[in-house]
Design a protein around this ligand. Structure first.
Ligand code: G3H
Ligand code: 13P
Ligand code: NA
Ligand code: ZN
Length: 328
């Protein structure tokens, strides 16, 4: 059944677990997530970016999710708009049947340039007003995602005119977070706590201090009723990196956010954990390997099935580690 983000995250908060939110663009990703959720009895958050709607087409994406809900009626599903760059994008998502939207006002409408606090409040408040009127939840974002190791923002780019961002600029300010939530009424807040989008997060193996856990605690203490969201939370599985490169890929050495650190964040108020890169890597590695090892095959269902299985294993591992398994 389709449920709102608020319902799901309230339950997660009451019971002390977190939920992975996986990005979806195609049939295989949707099936991998639903098969994994079914096997471990977890509720599901699927999210589509504007790029996903462009790739699949609005109707195809909508019906893929509807198919998931029809095929697994016992699994609560949130369909969430990821990184809405404007109120218009969020309205389109709501019209498309999404039960939750992210208004990412931390950036201007170009999706690149950091915006002002006032702009962020204004667009987010507008989206909250419209969304709540129709039972749709809203995620906002405050702060600049970027790796503390590199001192660089990624999408929210630290390499721009203003130069490299300082450590403090890369972490969400707890007082601002409280002011933002009060002014906007968001259900969930994405915070900057040391992560960045994509595969290239850290150049060295993490040593247990990737996330700014103390900052998570401070923010949670200020806004205990707002669910915290971690973007850029892929773990960048080293086994899949190796498989990609063993079978013709040329990805550089890189590291992600260790699952144990995410679990620590969940203990301190993180409820939604965004993951896209891990499933991309598993699917690419599985397809590269399948095609290299089965050179006579030309039935795409074979290599797509290999990708689905690889993604499903990661989904199950995250449902179990974050504690959502058993809570459907
Ligand atoms: O944060 C972005 C997500 O990983 C979605 O990426 O815009 O390429 O679909 P995308
Ligand atoms: P990753 O690139 O770490 O998977 O993060 C995805 C994300 O934050 C989507 O909003
Ligand atoms: Na999101
Ligand atoms: Zn994100």
């Amino acid at each position: 059944a389709l449920v709102s983000m608020r319902q799901l995250l309230d339950h997660a908060a009451e019971n002390g677990y977190g939920l992975p939110a996986f990005n979806v663009n195609n049939l295989e990703q949707v099936q991998a997530i639903m098969q994994a959720a079914d096997e471990c009895n977890s509720p599901v958050i699927m999210q589509g970016s504007a790029g996903a709607r462009k790739y699949a087409g609005e109707a195809f994406l909508r019906h893929l999710i509807d198919a998931a809900i029809e095929a697994y009626p016992h699994i609560p599903v949130v369909m969430h708009q990821d990184h809405g760059a404007s109120p218009a994008v969020c309205i389109n998502a709501i019209r498309s049947g999404f039960s939750s939207v992210m208004m990412d006002g931390s950036l201007k409408e170009d999706g690149k340039t950091p915006s002002s606090f006032e702009y962020n409040v204004e667009v987010t408040r507008k989206v909250v007003e419209m969304s709540h009127a129709v039972g749709v939840s809203v995620e906002g974002e405050l702060g600049c995602l970027g790796s503390l190791e590199s001192g660089h923002g990624e999408k929210e780019d630290g390499h721009g005119a203003e130069g490299v961002l300082t450590m403090d600029q890369l972490l969400t300010d707890p007082n601002e977070a409280a002011e933002f939530v009060k002014a906007t009424g968001v259900d969930a807040l994405a915070i900057a706590i040391g992560t960045s989008h994509g595969a290239y997060k850290f150049t060295r193996p993490p040593t247990g201090d990737v996330l700014a856990i103390s900052r998570i605690k401070e923010i949670h203490a200020r806004i205990p009723n707002t669910h915290l969201v971690m973007h850029g939370s892929s773990s960048v599985p080293q086994e899949w990196l190796k498989i990609i490169n063993d079978f013709g890929g040329t990805m550089g050495q890189t590291y992600g956010v260790p699952v144990e650190e995410i679990v620590e964040g969940i203990k301190h108020g993180v409820r939604k954990v965004n993951i896209d890169t891990d499933l991309r890597m598993a699917s690419t590695g599985a397809i590269r390997r399948y095609l290299a090892e089965n050179t006579k095959d030309f039935d795409p269902r074979k290599f797509y099935a290999a990708a689905t299985k690889a993604m499903k294993d990661i989904c199950k591992a995250r449902f179990e580690a974050f504690g959502s398994a058993g809570n459907a």
